[in-house]
Design a protein around this ligand. Structure first.
Ligand code: NAD
Ligand code: MG
Length: 363
């Protein structure tokens, strides 16, 4: 390794830290169904916490798991794994708080609510994070294949002194130590996750694609050509970056593309964009974004729904939908995974998780 970040593997974990314990998995969506089944298959006693009438109850029972209300599950459990949507977690926490006794563990897969003080557990409870770096259906699939999804581990408070070892045993039981578990903090995980999805992965990439598309269409080129050039080919480039980094991508494209990209890229993503990114990072660090998103939820998400509708109405969406229908590559390969993920998500509108299953591990 060229960094001094701690990374843990199978040999670092001590399964006795979890084997005698009961884990309450709250929520049975993307992460919940994967954690619950992997823990159970690893021999850990699992109870899934879901509301009476939740449509996910039948799914969990069909998978052979015990189901109780979140409050009952937490009362019974030694480790409570909070895997309902982040925006719902503070409400669910109010229901389960009484079930957290001194020495129990409250565990998360994302740091938002702890880092921004939306959940403030009592000081005698361990607070940890085990966050697989992949959507739940991949966490489950990797485990079933005898492989594992890489994960993050963080300890926020540790009154028992056992929090770290227990979280590592949990990471092992869901398969993460087979791949590698990276030590982080609630602050680092939360802030890098929010920054990444806003500036680069979700916000940055979509705006880059749309601005390129609009520039070509406004100059009189056909929307179909603009779609292929700016959106469709993005996947080919990202696949190369994912497999072998910048070098492999530059190696695989033509010399003309390499020269043009190397000389013009910095004109697109210029110092002004860097300043914008720094401003976005500041709003993540000082809590301004978190306050805005919490208020937006309290108000019934007006801006969210409006932005979503505008994005869906963009010309790149209508052109793309028509073009994808013409080609064989829609409907197989990656899309099969997406369908599987949506199925296993089990989220319903009535459960306030309209986002269903996020596809990207970064989100
Ligand atoms: P999800 O939306 O897929 O599933 C949430 C589940 O919670 C629902 O299926 C339902 O069973 C339950 N639920 C919803 N509303 C509820 C309520 N009011 N009361 C009780 N239960 C309710 O959620 P997810 O994507 O698995 O996210 C769970 C956690 O995992 C979050 O903290 C998220 O940030 C984190 N995470 C997600 C991913 C991912 O790829 N999806 C990756 C890493 C971490
Ligand atoms: Mg308990």
């Amino acid at each position: 390794m060229t960094t001094d970040t701690d990374i843990y593997y199978e040999a670092d974990a001590d399964e006795s830290q979890i084997q005698s314990k009961t884990v309450a998995v709250l929520g049975y969506g993307s992460q919940g169904h994967a954690h619950a089944q992997n823990l159970s298959d690893s021999g850990v006693d699992v109870v899934v916490g879901l509301r009476e009438g939740s449509s996910s109850r039948a799914a969990a029972q069909e998978d052979g798991l015990r189901v109780a209300t979140p409050a009952a599950a937490a009362a019974e459990a030694d480790i409570v794994s909070m895997l309902v949507p982040d925006t719902v977690q503070p409400t669910v926490y109010d229901q389960i708080e009484d079930g957290l006794e001194a020495g129990d563990t409250l565990q998360f897969a994302h740091g938002f609510n702890i880092h921004y003080n939306q959940i403030q557990p009592s000081a005698d409870v361990d607070v940890t994070m085990v966050a697989p770096k992949g959507p739940g259906h991949i966490v489950r699939r990797d485990y079933e294949r005898g492989e594992g999804t890489p994960g993050l581990l963080a300890v926020y408070q540790n009154p028992t002194g056992e929090a770290h070892a227990e979280a590592l045993a949990y990471a092992q039981a869901i398969g993460c130590t087979r791949a590698g578990v990276v030590e982080t903090t609630f602050r680092e995980e939360t802030e890098t996750d929010l920054f990444g999805e806003q500036a680069v992965l979700c916000g940055g990439v979509t705006e880059l694609i749309e601005t390129g598309f609009e520039t070509l269409v406004d100059a009189g080129y056909s929307p179909e050509m603009a779609y292929f050039e700016c959106l469709n080919e993005m996947k080919l480039i990202v696949d190369l970056l994912y497999e072998g980094g910048m070098s492999e991508m530059w190696h695989s494209v033509s010399d003309t593309a390499e020269y043009g990209g190397l000389t013009r890229g910095e004109d697109v993503i210029d110092e002004h964009v860097r300043e914008n990114m720094e401003t976005i990072l500041e709003a993540v660090q000082n809590g301004e974004f978190a306050r805005e998103w919490i208020a937006e939820n309290q108000a019934g998400r007006p801006a969210y729904h409006q932005r979503r509708a505008a994005e869906q109405a963009h010309q790149i969406e209508t052109v793309g939908s028509d073009l994808r229908d013409l080609f064989a590559w829609s409907g197989d390969g990656e899309d099969a995974d997406a369908a599987e993920s949506a199925e296993s998500g089990e989220s319903t509108e009535s459960e306030e998780s309209a986002e269903s299953v996020p596809e990207a591990d970064a989100v």
